[in-house]
Design a protein around this ligand. Structure first.
Ligand code: BTN
Length: 260
């Protein structure tokens, strides 16, 4: 059984155009979850831009306590450490921004963002993002952006409406090339975002690739489920839901589902 990871600094660095994202790289054959390792390294003062990647995760985590399928070396499982100097309330914007950066990097027809931070391709989920943060008083110490992108996996369990780049295009992709394009796009967008810490400069891009806008959806958060028509997001990343009583409600977090 090989224990050397497929992606390493020698392969990745020539593909990067970044100043800091991916310049510190921890690449492992197997980790429980790249988010856990990135969090440990962040707490031990790792620099902004650290990327932790694993060929396989034995306990990959998804949103809302779900697990994340992480078969060996088929997809990308990685986490990025950011140290934005912003209030903790602004950090969820980073996941939304990351979803947008991924659509820019992948740039295939049929690519879309699904609020809050999924990337879908041709109506199925391609990528999930799970972020975490550490804060002190009202200041953010760091944020971990954990990203899973289905790259070359072709078979999905029936109960998972997932897809991959290979499944949609019928060709294999270089995981290192996909990773580097995504890291390049994230650094470009994050560098713009961190000047004013708002999604305002990205609103047009969001509208141009939003899966939910104009659709009838449900938004679930905890025990609350709201129904309405999605009508965009606010510059601070809240979902705007036009409810049957005519009121536009702002949703801060939750799972969304299209009503077919
Ligand atoms: C979701 O449920 O949509 C979020 C999935 C996030 C998966 C990624 S894979 C890399 C990082 N490590 C994890 O354990 N989860 C995230």
């Amino acid at each position: 059984m090989p224990t050397i990871p497929d992606i390493n600094a020698t392969i990745l660095k020539p593909l990067l155009h970044t100043a800091f994202i991916g310049r510190t790289l921890v690449s492992e054959f197997e980790l429980a979850s790249t988010n856990i390792t990135a969090n440990e390294l962040a707490a031990a003062n790792a620099p902004e831009g650290l990327v932790v990647i694993a060929d396989h995760q034995s306990a990959g985590r998804g949103r809302n306590g779900r697990s994340w399928l992480s078969p060996h070396a088929q997809n990308l499982y990685f986490s990025i450490l950011l140290r934005p100097s912003c209030p903790p309330a602004a950090v969820p914007q980073l996941s939304i921004l990351t979803a947008l950066s991924i659509t820019k990097a992948i740039a295939l027809p049929g690519i879309a963002v699904k609020w809050p931070n999924d990337v879908w391709l041709n109506g199925r989920k391609l990528c999930g993002i799970l972020s975490a943060m550490s804060c002190m008083a009202n200041q953010t110490e760091y944020a971990i952006i954990g990203i899973g992108i289905n790259v070359n996996m072709r078979e999905f369990p029936e109960d998972i409406p997932g897809t991959s780049l290979a499944r949609e295009t019928d060709r294999e992709f270089s995981r290192a090339e996909v990773l580097s394009s995504v890291l390049n796009a994230i650094e470009e967008d994050y560098s713009l975002w961190k000047h004013n810490q708002t999604l305002a400069p990205f609103m047009e891009r969001w509208a141009s690739c939003s899966l939910l806008d104009g659709r009838s959806i449900t938004a679930e958060h905890g025990r609350t489920t709201l129904q309405g028509t999605a009508c965009g997001i606010t510059p601070d990343g809240l979902l705007k839901l036009n409810c049957p009583d005519g009121v536009i409600r702002l949703i801060a977090a939750g799972d969304t589902h299209i009503i077919l």
